[in-house]
Design a protein. Sequence first.
Lengths: 264, 408
Amino acid sequence: MKEILAAIWSYRHFIVSSIRNDLRSRFARSKLGALWMVLQPLAQVAIYALVLSRIMAAKLPGIDNRYAYVIYLMAGMIAWSLFAEVVTRSLTVFVDSGNLMKKMAFPRVCLPIVIGGSSLVNNLLLLATSIGVFLLIGHPPTMAMLWLPLLIGINLAFGLGLGLILGVLNVFVRDVAQVMTVVLQLLFWLTPVVYMPTIIPERLRAILEFNPMMHMVVAFQSVMLYGRAPGLNGMIVMALASAVLLLLALFLFRRAAPEMVDVL
Amino acid sequence: MNEPLLAVRELGKAFREYRSEWQRFAGWFGFKVSTKSESWVLRDISFSVANGESIGIVGQNGAGKSTLLKLITGTLKGTTGRVTVNGRIAAILELGMGFSPDLSGRENVYHSAGLMGFSRQAIDEVIDDIEAFAEIAGYFDEPARMYSTGMQMRVAFSVATAFRPEILIVDEALSVGDAYFQHKCFKRIREFREQGTSLLIVSHDAGAVQSLCDRAILLDSGRLLKDGDPAAVMDLYNALIADRENSSIQVADHVSGREQTVSGTGEASVEEIALYNAMGEPVEFVDVGQPVTLRIRVVARNDIPRLVLGYMIRDRLGQPVFGTNTHHTKQVLENVAAGTKVDYRIDFPMNFGQGDYSISTALVSTDTHLVNNYEWRDLALVFKVANMSRMEFVGTAWVPPTIEASRS
């Protein structure tokens, strides 16, 4: 553990420059550049809002804002997009960097950290834009938003832990990545991002409780839309789950590291 | 500090296959699992490199050279044994790894030096040297996608060698663009060596190994076959790549204190070899420019369809000075019956500089010993050349000049 931290520290420059390169190269030579980072999720929100606002708006009692559904959507989207980005990219990080790992000796832990860092920057940009949009539509930020750093931290840790475990397995069994793209889509619809849990029949709602991302998304919604503190139980469970996942990921990673390059 | 710079102890590498990947995963959690197959690409490799010592690594394709280098640099982990390194290793094998086409040369330099573990400040100090060494002028601040392969190599080499490492791994066949830059690169490598960097050179070229290395290591099928003097190792390597069928290789101590390698099928062999002066007396000590006769008696032990004799005169370090064969002189003997003795008489002036020389002989069927190698004999004969009657000169060749000097 200590040596991992030491390795990360001595490669901090590489990590920072990788994150910067990662963000830059994704939008290099596109006219709007970094704007695309927020335009894409915003466009998605706009589409859902356009299609579903009539049906959904009525289901948000207690909010006196005609754009309530948009705020609801954006809060969920911020939570989901970080999770989904981190998981999808961690899933294939070792396979994608196979060539580099085969030829250069550097601490492999840097790779997931770069992913976490660049996804986080991405997510913070989206968050800042959303807050801007909220101001425009008359929904100023509240003190509850101070919970956000903690929520984002847990969300990132959860995504990284899960993504890394799957990413390590994916090096040896490439089906993992294929299966996960489908699973992630399913999970998205099992998470109340575009709909409210209240529209689900009572007896099926219990199933949603087993989806850890539901607790995450609900916490974001309560902080950003309702201006309330997130449900403590859900957050404690999520934090513990993230810690366990991260430790398991680290353990797997250390065990697998010597064999990983052999099969890449 | 008596720790060697690099110590490799009983290093082995096996690639394992499992019946199912689930068994591999179970193995990580401490369950005992049997592997379906194990293929060992390296086994029991032990050697060490002292500070400033340069080592050549030779071996045929698939002998395990690259795997060994990867284990030394740390990209692969050994299955058995260990590698200890007391210093920084730089490898110029894979130049341009991690270069991003959308970044400028300068940014790529920062990025790839970061990949080698250097901080921004450290790179700030050498960035001007890197830019100057690469000599790509204005392109240094253009995106790398606009670079030619040669330009990219220039930048990559400049970064890889921006800081002097304790160990530098070089592939001798390294191609870094045009001849001008290639020379510049090897000049820098030699400078590093003079400053105390140990080189690990992978090469097939006997000349490079003998001129750059203090020692050489021969790998064959994943094992360390020989670790010793470059000339002796290259002789054995040379014998190894010859036609292998029914072939034997013997290495014996030669009277000169070096090791003599004799290899081949033994279908023909050199029975006698001697050097004579113009008076027909055998000599071991020859004056520069003196006419001599090399006599070689070959005996055929089997019927041989085509017999070619080759000989090569080599200097003290084993570098060839002159060599040819009867294929090139169009004196091939066809259908030589078993038991036949063939006498070769080779007349030439000893136009060599002072020093110790040796002669290697080859009995083959074509112009290479890689097809049918009846016998290859290193150090078949050793002799000395002394300058007793000519003006003073240096070098291995005697090229008597006529010099005119006129004042104007």
